[in-house]
Design a binder for this molecule. Structure first.
Ligand code: BTN
Length: 331
C-alpha cells in the first residue's frame, strides 16, 4: 500500500509539470512496469486528476498541477509570524477536520491535504475534494475557558478568510450567513467548525476551510456539487489580477486563522461585527431560513453582535441563534 502510495505521489510530481510523458518514460523513472504505470494513472483519474493521453506522445495533465510545497509553506509561516504551527501536509486523507479531531493533541496543529476522500461540509453534506485543485485545511485550537467564549467564531472565520484574500487584491467577496464565502452569488469557500470536550471547561475546536482554487476539469471534478460555485482562478480572471500560488495562499490563510483564534475569545464577535456587516450578502433582500423542521421567509437584516441572524417577518424582527439553519435568497 505504502509503495503504491509513494509511487502515486512520485507519478504526480512528474506529471505536475503539465508536459507529455510517455508510458515508457514514466515506468523508467518510477522503476515499475508499464502495466503498473497504467494502473496508477487509473487511480489518478479516480482522484479527480484530469489526465489526457495522446497516442505517440503519452500522458499529460493539461495546465499541470500546483502541488503544495511543504518546505516553502514552512518558510512562509515563519514570514507570516506563525512559526509555532505544527504542520501536517497529506497527499491523501479522509478529512483534514477528522485528522485533527482524531489526534490527541491538536492545539496549533494544522492539517492540509491535496485530496480528501471523505471531505465533510455543513449540515451533513459531503465536500467534493478533487486532487490538488483546491484548498482543504483545518486548524486546531484548545481552550480551558469553555465554548461560550467562541459564540460567533464561525462568522469571524469567514471574515478573516475574506480579509486575507483582500490582501491579495481579491475584492467583491461576500459573506453568506453563517460563513459561506461568495463571489457574484456563487460559492467560493465554506467553513466547518467542529468541537469536542466540555462546553464549560476544557475543549478543542477544529476550524476547517474548503476553498475552490483552480478546478481543471469542472464537469468531472465538481459534478456532485449541486449549487453554483466559483473558483479563485475565475475570480482573479474577472478582476484581471494574478493568481497567487496555492502554497503562499495556504500559508497566509493559516496565519490569518491562527491570529484570529488567538484573539477571538478576548474580543468576542462584537469586535468583528461591523466589518462582517460590510461584507454581508442579501442585506435587505427577501430570504428563506431553512431549519430541520421549519422554513421562515422574510427580509434579511444581517446579524446582531453575538452573530445571530436577524430577519424581519411580517414587520417584526426575529432573531435566530441555531447554527443548523441555511439562508437562501428568494429570487
Ligand atoms: C460547507 O459546507 O460549506 C463547509 C465546507 C468545509 C469543507 C472543509 S475542507 C477542509 C475541512 N475538512 C473537511 O472534511 N471539511 C472541511
Amino acid at each position: 500500500m505504502l509503495e503504491n502510495f509513494n509511487s502515486l505521489s512520485r507519478l504526480l510530481n512528474i506529471l505536475s509539470d503539465g508536459c507529455f510523458h510517455s508510458g515508457e518514460e514514466l515506468g523508467y523513472l518510477l522503476g515499475v512496469s508499464r502495466t503498473s504505470v497504467w494502473k496508477s494513472l487509473g487511480h489518478l483519474k479516480n482522484l479527480g486528476v484530469s489526465l489526457v493521453s495522446v497516442k505517440g506522445r503519452g500522458y499529460q495533465i493539461p495546465g499541470g498541477l500546483d502541488l503544495i510545497k511543504e518546505t516553502e509553506l514552512l518558510n512562509y509561516l515563519q514570514l507570516h509570524n506563525a512559526p509555532e504551527i505544527n504542520l501536517h501536509v497529506h497527499s491523501l486523507i479522509d478529512s483534514t477536520n477528522s485528522f485533527l479531531l482524531n489526534s490527541e493533541e491538536l492545539h496549533q496543529h494544522v492539517s492540509v491535504a491535496e485530496y480528501q476522500s471523505a471531505g465533510r461540509g455543513r449540515r451533513g453534506r459531503a465536500w467534493v475534494s478533487p486532487f490538488a485543485q483546491n484548498v482543504y485545511m483545518s486548524i486546531g485550537y484548545s481552550t480551558t475557558e469553555g465554548l461560550r467564549q467562541f459564540e460567533g467564531l464561525s462568522l469571524a472565520v469567514g471574515l478573516a478568510v475574506v480579509v486575507c484574500l483582500e490582501r491579495f487584491g481579491i475584492s467583491g467577496l461576500q459573506l453568506k450567513w453563517p460563513n459561506d464565502i461568495l463571489f457574484r452569488g456563487k460559492k467560493l469557500a465554506g467553513i466547518l467548525i467542529e468541537m469536542r470536550g466540555d462546553v464549560m471547561g476544557d475543549a478543542d475546536l477544529v476550524v476547517g476551510l474548503g476553498l475552490n482554487y483552480r478546478v481543471n476539469d469542472p464537469v468531472t471534478a465538481m459534478q456532485a456539487v449541486d449549487r453554483p460555485w466559483a473558483d479563485l482562478h475565475e475570480v482573479v480572471t474577472q478582476l484581471d489580477i494574478a493568481l497567487t500560488s496555492r502554497t503562499e495562499l495556504i500559508a497566509a490563510l493559516i496565519a490569518a486563522l491562527h491570529e484570529l483564534l488567538q484573539n477571538f475569545s478576548a474580543k468576542g464577535f462584537e469586535h468583528y461585527h461591523a466589518q462582517w456587516m460590510k461584507h454581508a450578502a442579501y442585506l435587505g433582500q427577501s430570504v428563506t431560513l431553512e431549519g430541520p423542521r421549519e422554513v421562515f421567509q422574510g427580509v434579511f437584516l444581517g446579524v446582531n453582535e453575538t452573530g445571530s441572524v436577524r430577519i424581519e417577518i411580517d414587520e417584526t424582527e426575529k432573531v435566530f441563534h441555531s447554527g443548523d439553519l441555511s439562508l437562501r435568497s428568494v429570487l
